[in-house]
Design a protein around this ligand. Structure first.
Ligand code: SF4
Length: 299
């Protein structure tokens, strides 16, 4: 497929039809629909248990590509097996893991780490909605500070989640694989990263901001708006790490205040002005670190 440079270049074919059972405004499903337009029909999706597992309730599935459902911890092991089977049959297909953050950051991390060390040619897309989504909004290590979840509820003594998030893109890059973030409000950047991954002889890791109106207590009609605010405030910087070098793919002229992003979601509605200010300072520090690291690459 030729390089996609504008919205007009995106293929019209759909490999997910209407009638999906996911929630209205589900970011991860839009992300899969867009990815499949680029990956095409010769694609096998390996999906560990998570929200997207709702798509494969045979015979009522909107999917038009092959799909293998896995236990939450072993999608990469299955993907490695599929690669071996395709090789034995001399067949070329895209093998994709489409996994939630619970499977990626926590329960399936051992299996993912091994696949990265093996540098198997698999594209691993983590749709990150920052909680265990389909089991009822529980905390995991992708959950941002202060987010209210059912296991980090706001109460007299709790201000929501008080753990740091893992830097999964950096962790995967340290395994030596191509590693990047993506966001639905920047579809061409997402698609170009997928195309780069398709041409990469080894493993690629792409982490997609997976806006989740249901668990974030947000308006389903505002999925793309919330996604854009995540990038414009640097809550979700668009970056890629390749061969030890960092590139920031989009730099807002001026970062928007984090309050603009937080106010779109009920999970942050308890935050005080002081807590918002502290988060703002942390984001500014991280942005400074990223821009400084990128500058060092240029020397
Ligand atoms: Fe999508 Fe969130 Fe609903 Fe899961 S809970 S299907 S991620 S909107």
């Amino acid at each position: 497929m030729k390089e996609i440079k504008s919205i007009r270049d995106i293929p019209l074919e759909n490999y997910i039809e209407g009638g999906s059972p996911t929630c209205a405004g589900c970011g991860p499903e839009i992300g899969l629909k867009l990815a499949l337009k680029v990956l095409g029909k010769d694609t096998v999706i390996v999906n560990p248990a998570g929200c997207m597992t709702l798509l494969c309730n045979y015979p009522y599935t909107p999917l038009k590509v092959s799909w293998i459902h896995n236990a939450i911890e072993n999608a990469p092991a299955t993907a490695i097996g599929i690669k071996a089977a395709l090789k034995a049959r001399k067949r070329e297909m895209n093998v994709i893991c489409y996994a939630g953050d619970g499977a990626t950051y926590d329960i399936g991390f051992g299996s993912l780490s091994f696949m990265a060390m093996k540098n198997e040619k698999v594209i691993y897309i983590c749709y990150n909605n920052e909680v265990y989504g389909n089991t009822g909004n529980q905390w995991n290590t992708a959950t941002p500070e202060h987010a209210s979840t059912t296991t980090t509820p706001v109460g007299e003594k709790s201000r929501g989640n008080n753990f740091r998030q893992k830097d999964m893109v950096k962790i995967m890059s340290d395994h030596g694989v191509y590693s990047a973030t993506a966001n639905l409000a920047f579809p061409i950047d997402y698609i170009q990263k997928l195309q780069k991954a398709m041409n990469n002889p080894g493993m690629s890791y792409i982490e997609l901001f997976g806006a989740c109106p249901t668990n974030w207590y947000a308006n389903p009609a505002k999925t793309i708006e919330i996604s854009k605010l995540a990038v414009e405030t640097a809550f979700w910087p668009l970056i890629e790490r390749e061969n030890g070098k960092l590139k920031i793919n989009y730099k807002p002229e001026k970062l928007m205040p984090i309050h603009e992003f937080l106010q779109t979601q009920g999970r942050f509605s308890h935050m005080t002005k002081k807590e918002v200010q502290e988060m703002q300072e942390k984001i500014a520090r991280r942005w400074h670190l990223l821009t400084s690291e990128e500058k060092k690459n240029e020397y």
